[in-house]
Design a protein around this ligand. Structure first.
Ligand SMILES: [Mg+2]
Length: 349
């Protein structure tokens, strides 16, 4: 059996400029990977984040070596199931580069499940009815635009919103959004923008607005600051930039309530599952988040929904036009049972 592998860059325009505490983007570049055998094509994608040292250039630079691992490891159809070995050898082949490795991991899992003609959640033995709603993110903008985006999100049926914070008008933003969306579940994400004492002061005020949790209040480089906030916060604290790989889980376990994992940070689907179980073993709740990504990668993340407490898998919903269709998200609900395709369900529209 000979596998054919290829990759290509895609520019994905966003529906709105996406503002977080570190800056604003209007377009996202991703790299889509295809791994093809005689009767199926596995698809995956890398959505690299410069915050973690990756760009589309670094992804395309290492993908030939990563795809060579797959071609070398898989010489007959049964070899395709050696997904642990493929992920381990990719980790040994390139240091770091998690988004690039993740693209290949997703494409391999998609291909294996397609060959078995089952959706990925079933290959993993997960219950599609144990699902949840993804949050929909309202990026930073002027107050009036954030209010309009919130009203549009409510019209589209989303019942869980995540608000980006990290400005000098954070309380005003939350007050405004809560006033137009009194009934939704509301998360906030400061993206490392606050100092520890500032964070505690702000969270004390934010607690009036019935928020589910506060994500990454302080910089990841300040782990003691995170503990300071966690010990004083009236709201649960989620760690995102502070919780990147499996080794970070025990490090953050005594300074947050929720671990926000992302495929593009940890480098693969099997690594993500290990992180989910490790986080639980340390008494943490688990959220799976994403970058702005197409369904070529988000669809795979959706299959982990039955293992999560929170999902922030809105990457595709934030795009002006996603070239890929994926797992259905009616009103933001991750409808695995409604997926009628095998593999991850990612398919070019
Ligand atoms: Mg975050």
């Amino acid at each position: 059996m000979v596998l054919e592998t290829s990759f290509e860059r895609h520019a994905l325009p966003l529906e709105y400029p996406f503002g977080i505490a570190r800056g604003t983007t209007t377009e996202r570049e991703v790299v889509t990977v295809r791994i093809e055998d005689d009767d199926a094509v596995g698809v995956g994608a890398a959505a690299p984040a410069s915050h973690y040292g990756e760009t589309v250039d670094t992804v395309t630079a290492v993908l030939p070596d990563l795809l060579a691992v797959v071609e070398d490891e898989v010489t007959d159809a049964d070899d395709l199931h050696r997904l642990e070995t493929v992920e381990r050898r990719m980790r040994e082949t390139v240091r770091g580069n998690p988004a690039a490795r993740c693209a290949v991991s997703i494409a391999c899992h998609d291909l294996v499940a397609k060959r078995l003609d089952v959706p990925l959640y079933r290959y993993w033995g997960l219950d599609p009815d144990r699902t949840l709603e993804t949050s929909y993110t309202i990026g930073l903008d002027d107050l009036e635009t954030m209010r309009e985006k919130t009203e549009t999100a409510l019209e589209r049926g989303y019942g869980t919103l995540k608000i980006k914070l990290g400005t000098d008008r954070d309380l005003e933003i939350v007050e405004t959004i809560r006033s137009v969306a009194p009934d939704v579940d509301l998360f906030v994400d400061a993206n490392e923008a606050w100092e520890p004492k500032e964070a505690v002061r702000k969270i004390d005020h934010l607690a009036e607005y019935d928020l589910s949790f506060v994500e990454q209040p302080v910089p990841a480089e300040n782990p003691e600051g995170l503990r300071f906030v966690y010990e004083r916060s009236p709201l649960p604290i989620a760690a995102d930039e502070s919780c990147v790989t499996l080794a970070d889980v025990p490090q953050v376990a005594d300074r947050c309530d929720i671990a926000n994992l992302k495929l593009m940070k940890c480098g693969g689907l099997r690594e993500a599952k290990r992180m989910i179980h490790a986080a639980r073993a340390h008494g943490l709740e688990v959220m799976l988040g994403c970058m702005t990504e197409s369904n070529a990668s988000i669809a795979a993340a959706c299959h982990l929904a039955p293992l999560l407490d929170y999902a922030d898998l809105d990457g595709s919903l934030l795009l002006a036009d996603d070239p890929y269709d994926g797992v259905p998200l009616p009103d933001g609900r991750i409808d695995l049972a409604g997926l009628e395709r095998s593999g991850t369900g990612a398919v070019r529209e």
